[in-house]
Design a protein around this ligand. Structure first.
Ligand SMILES: Nc1nc2c(ncn2[C@@H]2O[C@H](COP(=O)(O)OP(=O)(O)OP(=O)(O)O)[C@@H](O)[C@H]2O)c(=O)[nH]1
Ligand SMILES: [Mg+2]
Length: 692
């Protein structure tokens, strides 16, 4: 592939609710660009983009995949993201490095839970977007309904640039509202079409929509408004220019249509990407921070100092690790090295690759705006900033939601513990939304992820990639402890046993922290009654007691502690003595201040066909769930509820059996709430038994 100028690059994140057709669309792009010689099919497990073993077997994307393609003198770098909330981390990284979002909306299901969520993130990242209303060939496909749902559900201004010709089994092409011609597609999947006149029965609708389109285009630029007001028309080029300006400003979202598994619409969409979406140059400079905390601009131009952001890591036990990044500025040449500013270490590598799914194409260099990969880096992880040696610039991190679900995982064969830990740490390198912790009480590895599928897939990966089999045990709920009352107390730690003694004496106010947060520590010591050098030790003692837990061994949160008085001894006082005084004092005060247990509450969204609604809601009530809303979406109902995590640890199999496999759910952490007293008592008792 030739080197490409920055303004000819399009980095696009394909986003959608699960199953809307993102991977199928990416496959159509690959085929149309000549990167494959047949159209990959998700159900047949022969796609380029869903190449991980679990993706092939489950027919869903669990990881983002990138393809660098040539199209009409441009380089289009497509990042196909997973649609499930469980794999949101990859979508978040893709939306960070891409310059625009391509939203796939199913013409059958319309705007769905994840559509809304991902679109919101795209907008928060200021990404211009365009949409394809896909699956026009499926039963109950409805283009206009989907467009309307974009307007209402996404609070966006969709502007159709196409209209479908026919629908369901009779879908055969589209009206191009810019050229005002009909494109009738060949049925051989080649993606080619014949240009014809608009069918008579569609003329009036097409004219009406064309009018709206031209108006929207005119609003994109002052000059175009003037021309439009004078002449009532714009040329095709002017329409494109106006739409591009409107899209780049985030004022409009151009809407296309198609059926990507039939390769209908995909080529026009690629044209749309090149003509209406921004290049990295249009997006402009990014701001990073150097070691001195100064802001530094990273300009997307090849002559600038090299800087790149790692958005994806693939760990492969045989081929080694593949690190994918976007070059934000400068140029990177093969057989060179760079500095990882996030880990403060040099890294060397051999080849640079452009990737097409699992395929890697070596290139001599990559320049600003491109996405590329290198293999076998030692230290680099997803989210790191890579720079030229001598620089220290770091980009802001990508915020990933906290894991919602944990399982204790136990090796199936004894003696595999080390192997499991090693494999898990490799998986952590590629998946920043995964957490592994060691539970010292149970001596188990606890794996935390975004949801049931995320954890199951991770367990599959352990087996497929690293040959270790583990069992999953019922997860432990991360309860928290806090207080509802206030207390004031003195805590004195004093020991005198010959030689130098120990002396620390403090007065604390302990109270709830209404705004939340772990600890607000306030120092109100005046006159040096507790010398300044011991104050950090007081805070440390409190923090240690909080981490250990007071009531039932769960960490303490949302407290405010004010140190307002105390005394010291000129010989016997030490940091240690004050730390112990603080820790003891905090524990005692905590128990006097109406301690309570908090439990994690999750937002649950269950999609079920009407017939199963009653059963699902009844079941949620019995799990202490509060149903907060019900929305019809296509042929299913989405039940929104808030439920204590402890009640839905094994929801996936329960929902499956309750709905004959037709229900699905997403879940994400919402907040902590007080555990009802009768349940709290039992949790406290259990924790006492476990530690005695
Ligand atoms: N009939 C029809 N089926 C489609 C179309 N697009 C996708 N599909 C089918 O819908 C299913 C899901 O397609 P994918 O491409 O895997 O969807 P996705 O958005 O990548 O799904 P996730 O990555 O799991 O979120 C597959 O069985 C596809 O064959 C289409 O235009 N028409
Ligand atoms: Mg997919």
């Amino acid at each position: 592939m030739k080197l490409i100028q920055v303004d000819k690059i399009r980095n696009v994140a394909i986003i959608a609710h699960g199953g809307a057709g993102k991977t199928s669309l990416a496959e159509a792009f690959l085929f149309n660009a000549g990167a494959t010689n047949r159209l990959g099919k998700v159900e047949e497990g022969n796609t380029v983009m869903d190449f991980l073993p679990e993706e092939v077997s489950k027919h869903i994307s669990t990881s983002s995949a990138t393809a660098s393609l040539e199209w009409d003198g441009h380089q289009i770098n497509v990042v196909d993201t997973p649609g499930y909330q469980d794999f949101i981390a990859d979508s978040l990284f893709a939306l960070r490095i891409c310059d625009c979002a391509l939203l796939v909306v199913s013409a059958v299901s319309g705007v769905q839970v994840q559509t809304e969520r991902l679109w919101k993130i795209a907008r928060e990242n200021d990404l211009p977007g365009m949409t394809i209303i896909n699956k026009m060939d499926r039963e109950r496909a409805n283009f206009h309904k989907a467009v309307e749902e974009m307007r209402t559900g996404l609070q966006t201004n969709p502007v159709p640039v196409q209209l479908p010709i026919g629908a369901e089994a009779s879908f055969r092409g589209l009206v191009d509202l810019i050229s005002m011609k009909a494109c009738i597609y060949k049925t051989d999947g080649s993606g080619d079409f014949e240009v014809q006149d608009i069918p008579d029965e569609m003329l009036s609708e097409a004219n009406e929509q064309h009018e709206k389109l031209v108006e929207s285009a005119a609003e994109g630029e002052d000059e175009l408004v003037e021309k439009y007001l004078e002449s009532g028309e714009l040329t095709q080029e002017e329409i494109l220019r106006g739409l591009r300006a409107g899209a780049l400003a985030g004022d409009i979202v151009p809407v296309f249509c198609g059926a990507v598994t039939l390769n209908i619409g995909a080529k026009k969409l690629m044209d749309g990407l090149t003509s209406m979406m921004p290049s990295p140059a249009d997006r402009g400079a990014l701001t990073g921070t150097d070691a001195e905390g100064r802001e530094v601009e990273l300009k997307p131009s090849p002559g600038e100092p090299f800087a790149a952001f790692v958005y994806k890591t693939l760990a492969d036990p045989y081929a080694g690790k593949l690190t994918m990044f976007k070059v934000l500025s400068g140029t990177l040449k093969a057989d060179s090295g760079f500095y990882n500013a996030s880990r403060e270490t040099k890294e060397r590598f051999g080849n640079i690759f452009l990737v097409q799914g699992k395929k890697q194409l070596p290139v001599q260099e990559v320049t600003a705006g491109q996405v590329a990969a290198v293999a076998k880096l030692k230290e680099t992880k997803t989210g790191d900033t890579l720079v030229k040696e001598g620089s220290s610039i770091i980009l802001p991190p990508v915020e990933i939601p906290e894991p919602a679900l944990s399982y204790a995982i136990v090796p199936k064969s004894k003696g595999d513990e080390e192997k499991v830990s090693a494999a898990l740490s490799r998986l952590l390198e590629e998946d920043p939304s995964l957490k592994v912790s060691r539970d010292d009480e149970t001596k188990q590895n606890v794996l935390s992820g975004m949801g049931q599928i995320h954890i199951e897939v991770t367990v599959d990966r352990l087996k497929e990639k690293f040959g270790v089999e583990v069992g999953m045990e019922v997860p432990k709920v991360p309860y928290r402890e806090t207080i509802k009352g206030k207390t004031q107390l003195q805590s004195r730690y004093k020991k005198q046993s010959g030689g130098r003694g120990q002396y620390g004496d403090i007065w604390l106010d302990i109270e709830p922290l209404p705004g939340g947060g772990d600890l607000e520590f306030v120092n109100k010591i005046v006159g040096g009654v507790v010398p300044r050098q011991y104050i950090p030790a007081v805070e440390k003692g409190i923090r240690e007691a909080m981490a250990e837990g007071v009531l039932a061994g769960y960490s303490v949160t949302d407290v405010k502690v004010t140190l307002f008085d105390g005394s010291y001894h000129s010989v016997d006082s030490s940091e240690m003595a004050f730390k112990i005084a603080a820790s003891m004092g905090f524990k005692k005060g905590f128990m006097d201040a109406k301690p309570v247990l908090l439990e994690p509450i999750v937002n649950l969204e269950v999609s079920v066909p009407d017939d199963f609604m009653g059963a699902v809601i009844g079941d949620l009530n019995s799990r202490r769930g509060k149903v907060v809303g019900m929305d019809p979406l296509g042929d299913v109902q989405v039940v929104k509820a808030q439920v204590p995590l402890s009640e839905i640890l094994t929801y996936a199999p329960d929902l499956r059996s309750m709905t004959e496999g037709r229900g699905s759910f997403t879940m994400g952490f919402s907040h902590y709430e007080e555990v009802p007293a009768h349940l709290a008592e039992k949790i406290v008792e259990d924790s006492k038994k476990a530690t005695s």
